[in-house]
Design a protein around this ligand. Structure first.
Ligand SMILES: [Zn+2]
Length: 275
């Protein structure tokens, strides 16, 4: 629908057709147990989000209404209780048809800069655009093919929240009443533990290493840095809270306070529960 978002540039929100909303959001893990009232507010937040953001496709991809709604809903679940204002200050969302491999410079642990062109599913720029691979956006909604806990939109938008106070370092601006010391100690000890578990898995014979990595409560990419640990932890918080909360309860509690949501409680009593 060319011009769909350009026709009324001053609008504060773009109405989403209720049928399109239901269809586009039915498959996401983070929607499990979401009360009807919250679902309605998520739709309203997504409508405001669509008015704030400009989508562009690359390689001839047309980012149609459904794709925009899918991206908006996933981005807005993070700010459902915070407000879409948390995404102010930038406007561009660039969507590639599939993973992309830009040439870029990365610094290793020794401070040496390398040029890489590793395939990426997404990216977030400080003060600039969010870049997404649509194949990966759609994957999280595909019950047959998805890897539970993997959600590129939640990941990149968690970086955006983290960037509200500068470089994405796993320390977003906390709310009044939250204790920065508790946040830091919860994340630092979980990050240390997780990195050790990834190292242990990597030392296993190749045939067993993959199974050990698959059994971790988070995607091993979380071991890259404190900033990635927060972004991957946010994916798990919304998508697989039943894995994150028992593995790292203090991190779950800090994320519960930060996002002002309790996705684990939405799932209700699980199979081993006597509640
Ligand atoms: Zn990341």
């Amino acid at each position: 629908m060319p011009g769909w978002f350009r026709s009324r540039p001053a609008a504060r929100s773009r109405a989403i057709d209720p049928a399109l909303w239901r269809e586009a959001t039915a498959g996401w893990l983070f929607m499990r147990g979401l009360p009807q009232e919250s679902n309605g507010r998520l739709k309203e937040a997504s409508e405001r989000f669509l008015a704030m953001k400009h989508f562009s496709g690359t390689h001839g991809l047309e980012v149609d209404a459904r794709m925009q709604v899918e991206i908006a809903a996933q981005a807005c679940i993070l700010v459902l209780e915070l407000g879409v204002e948390w995404y102010e200050g930038w406007s561009e969302i660039i969507v590639y048809p599939s993973q992309f491999a830009p040439e870029r410079e990365v610094m290793d642990e020794a401070g040496v800069v390398h040029v890489t062109n590793d395939a990426m599913a997404g990216g977030a720029w400080l003060g600039g655009p969010v870049v997404l691979s649509y194949e990966d956006v759609a994957l999280a909604g595909d019950a047959e093919a998805r890897v539970a806990g993997y959600n590129v939109v939640i990941h990149e938008f968690a970086h955006k929240l983290d960037m509200r106070n500068g470089d994405p370092n796993g320390f977003p601006p906390l709310h009044a009443g939250m204790d920065a010391g508790l946040w830091k100690s919860a994340f630092a000890s979980a990050y240390r533990d997780f990195c050790a578990r990834v190292d242990d898995a990597d030392r296993l014979p190749e045939a067993r290493a993959q199974a050990a990595l698959d059994a971790l409560p988070l995607d091993p990419y979380a071991a890259e840095s404190a900033g990635e640990f927060f972004a991957v932890g946010s994916e798990a918080f919304f998508e697989t809270p039943e894995l994150l909360a028992p593995a790292y309860p203090a991190v779950y509690e800090q994320l519960r306070q930060f996002y002002r949501q309790d996705p684990l409680a939405r799932l209700g009593p699980g199979p081993g529960s006597h509640a």
